[in-house]
Design a protein around this ligand. Sequence first.
Ligand code: NI
Length: 429
Amino acid sequence: MAVWPEEKVFKDPVHKYIYVQEPAIWDLINTKEFQRLRRIRQLGASFFTFHGAEHSRFSHSLGVYEIARKIIHQFERNGFSDWPREEGLLCMCAALLHDIGHGPFSHSIETVFGEHHEAWSCRIVQGDTEVNRVLRRIDPSFPDRVAAVICKTYPQEIVVSLVSSQLDADRMDYLLRDAYCTGVNYGMYDLERILRVIRPHRGDIVVKESGMHAVEDYLTSRYQMYWQVYFHPVTRSSEIVLRNIFARAKAIYDAGDGETLPFLPEPLRRLFEGRLDVEHYLALDEALVQAAFSLWANGKDEILSDLCKRFLHRKLFQYATPTRMDEALLERLRESIRREGYDPDYYLQVDFPKDLSYDVYRSGAASRKKPIYLLKHDGGLTEISEVSDIVRSISGTQYGRHRIYVPERILEPGNPYITAETAEWLKGE
Ligand code: NI
């Protein structure tokens, strides 16, 4: 173990300082797997919409660790007997490593290739990696325990809840960090107040009744961030272009037409073949993927080249918001796009932003996610939406409209390939 003279601090724009007091945490931060997170952006392609959104998963992961550390210290300071003190280090390690398996533009890659970042997080923690060696030095069972917390199978539910639930260190950090970096002001909520009102209670985390308004504020921030940042139509457009780049490159590779892919490093080849291992997965970062896009932009395949240029030069798809979905009109639009010379498989996308993982809040039966409980004076528990009108009104909301994404040319007024009826439909209200 390294000599440990004193605590280490990181300067952080959200938490001001991040304190490292355990040698193991310091050693984990210095592993190459954790340092790789500097090369993965936290918000994928959101920087096209909000140019400040260049922050990395590295800074977010440090922030989640810091919030977990503060929560644990608060529990210990107050002497709450329902907190299992011996789980503190495990909880902080899992908080730090919860996103270690994120790849470049994760959400787009996951959709095309079916890779799941949580599964990769566990493989990295349990595989032949520097992270694994640091954890094993703490205790031979530590890698498996950290993996169980990340994959939510750890028997002490309170440890899992602290890292991942509807009121967890992960969300508490990313809301503030994403709001700060995008420059919007609606993601802000009072973290200090939340940290003061949460309590360990019979194996889980609950909120003191008087803290209800702080939680309302946090959930309202989530609600605003989903609709204003995470589901922003321009961000969705860039994700569609990204997905189609990966889908097209894979189709070219599958057709055995490797020559049209002028650059195919081993990690991408293995991704296309569905045989990634930990070593090559770790070599996949946004720098590598964007180098590929730059070279593919000059390749022979016109569709791939065009899509890569759209991504590099921010010539994203435009969108229309029709008032209702109409399959017959959609089919006609597909035909028009084909006549215009575009392959609709890559140049037409219907999008409906309702990702379950992005639910603002779910109260119970409708969800696998555990609800947020308020702890009453008499020791009883109330689910928050039963007493809060605000939370009730934003619970499980999935309003939103279908959007149709196409190249800008298709939506130009007077496009001869688009019938008057289709144009009227695309115009919406
Ligand atoms: Ni996270």
